[in-house]
Design a protein around this ligand. Structure first.
Ligand code: PHE
Length: 341
């Protein structure tokens, strides 16, 4: 008996996995295991009552010690295995995990993705265009006259070869019309550049999302309808909008679309500068000259265009009070926009 126990302990010490321990349990304690057979093969009729009792006691002790040794080996391996993530460790899987870190997404990327999805749901395609543009697509084709101040060195980054960094995503309008013709529904999210001094509300690099819809019999009512649908989807509630006249050479009529302040509900607060309204989306009906530059037949087609600043949309959506946070590099800001899993 002593020998069997020593052998078992030596075997267990060599075992490296739980299945190996299970094999040893079968080998020693299973139906044909050596300890089981020891009991079975003993002819008890040849033993005296005293011998029977003492043999039985020793056999039971052997079994108990063998079982203990096997359990110890199982526990030892389960602990090692748990740290390797290999073997069921007995951990409570319903507990919340303690140290899982997911990445975060920049709020501009988040709002851009959300807007793309909403517009795709309304049948718009997502196009991208070029950050380095020609004067033609950025200005001329948009009916912006040659002497317009926007073309000035103070406002536009000009490249040595005469091209420029696009000052707005509107530069995509005529490109898209040339390429896809009418009818068309497209949005153009992207980075724009202006030669401006940076302060609390100005950046020289910023993000816009342009929209263009050209079809038969398009009116201001369609523009308002799409804008309201969009804003309700982004802000998850009915929003009140108003149009004010606004001037851009490439739309006629042109508007500034305001939303009733989502922070104070229109009562007046610091964010809306006490006015109750926030200027959110410049827009208008596409100027016939722009359609002509895009080779669209203006007797059949009309359309609307809008150009929203993604920064302002993100500030409204997430309640971000200061524009400088966006490019601050402050990890405590960015971490507040975790990627949802
Ligand atoms: N491109 C204009 C800007 O950057 C915005 C705009 C787009 C206005 C489309 C009207 C229509 O200010």
């Amino acid at each position: 008996m002593e020998e069997i126990l020593q052998q078992l302990e030596a075997d267990l010490a060599k075992a490296k996995t739980l299945p190996e321990v299970e094999q040893l349990r079968v080998k020693y304690l299973g139906r044909k295991g050596s300890i089981t057979l020891l009991a079975k093969n003993t002819d008890f009729s040849r033993l005296s009552p005293d011998e029977k009792r003492s043999f039985g006691q020793r056999l039971n002790a052997l079994k108990n010690r063998a079982e203990e040794a096997i359990q110890e080996a199982q526990q030892r391996l389960a602990q090692q295995g748990a740290s390797l993530g290999m073997v069921w460790s007995g951990a409570d899987l319903s507990l919340p995990s303690s140290d899982r870190r997911f990445g975060a997404m920049h709020p501009i990327s988040l709002i851009q993705r959300e807007l793309e999805e909403i517009f795709q749901g309304m049948g718009f395609r997502v196009l991208s265009g070029y950050e380095v543009e020609t004067e033609y697509y950025n200005f001329d084709a948009l009916n912006i006259p040659p002497d317009h101040p926007a073309r000035d060195m103070q406002d536009t980054f000009w490249l040595d070869d005469g091209r420029l960094l696009r000052t707005h995503t509107s530069a995509n309008q005529v490109r898209a019309l040339e390429r896809y013709g009418a009818p068309i529904r497209a949005i153009f999210p992207g980075r724009c550049f202006r030669n401006e001094a940076i302060d609390a509300s100005h950046e020289n690099t910023f993000y816009q999302l342009e929209g263009l819809l050209v079809d038969r019999d398009i009116s201001v009512a369609h523009l308002i309808g799409v804008m309201k649908t969009l804003l309700s989807a982004v802000f998850h509630r009915e929003v009140t909008v108003r149009l004010r006249p606004g001037f851009f050479p490439f739309v006629e009529p042109g508007f500034e679309l305001d939303v009733q302040c989502l922070i104070c509900g229109g009562n007046g607060c610091a964010t809306c500068k006490r006015s109750g309204w926030i200027e959110l989306i410049p827009c208008g009906l596409v100027h016939p000259r722009v359609l002509e530059f895009g080779r669209v037949d203006t007797r059949i087609f009309s359309g609307f265009a809008f150009g929203m600043g993604l920064t302002r949309m993100a500030m409204m959506k997430f309640g971000i009070p200061d524009i400088r946070l966006f490019n601050s590099g402050d990890i405590r800001f960015y971490e507040q926009f975790p990627v949802s899993m």
